[in-house]
Design a binder for this molecule. Sequence first.
Ligand code: LIP
Length: 270
Amino acid sequence: MTAAPASEIDELLALAVDIALEAGTFIRAARPAGPVRSETKSTATDAVTEFDHASEALIVERLRIERPDDGIVAEEGTADLGTTGVQWVIDPIDGTTNFLYDLPLYSVSIAAQDDEGGLVGAVYAPMTDEVFAARRGGGATVNGRPISCSDQRILAETLVATGFGYAAERRARQGARVGALLPHVRDIRRLGSAAVDLCYVAAGRFDAYYEQYLNPWDLAAGELIAREAGCRTGGMLDGPARPAGLLVTTPALFDPMRSLLAEVEDIEAH
Ligand code: LIP
């Protein structure tokens, strides 16, 4: 497929932002105070609510109207092939556990990709009313204002975000690793939404983020936003950024962080 013209990429970005704002505003308004019912997916703590499904339905309906021949893949089951070479990758609520507990840090993550990777990305965090956005080669913004990663170069002064999988045996190893990492960095944060974590590195609010066992929709928008904000992104221990393992840092921290993660990789969970 030939690369989309700049005008079309601008339209894709405007659409991603508009739909993320609509879906995020909807779930913020629709969520009742107090507990909400949920079902479980991969484990008893991997929750999904009626609001995840409603957000995905709203997003998919908008995309099918505005971009009927594009592909769509979304967390709660939408999988349309498409014919244009543009594929939308959607997390209707990233940070579902936070949403379930009425905690403020959840987001709607919408990305469009082509055969070269990320084209546009939009992440809207409704409770902080911040929409992070980027287009390939066009830089990154929050609420329309340019953002860039921090200039942190010192590992011992690095604020690191991470997250954990839903399976107990994975969490045991992930907990051992973060414990081994802690004495070597400033501090750790675990906010509960990979998309928000990635955007916070992009905005200089974190210096680094790593996580394993994600899904494509967790990072599709945020990884592009981080790269366009000047971050370096890649696999947690090697290779390219991917759901199985992801590391995003300021340019100076990437190699030291990857080396540190490799050192603590062999920590056995006790
Ligand atoms: C979540 C990620 C988070 C990770 C959680 C979960 P979800 O996505 O955003 O970073 O630590 O385990 O995968 O399930 O809320 O869409």
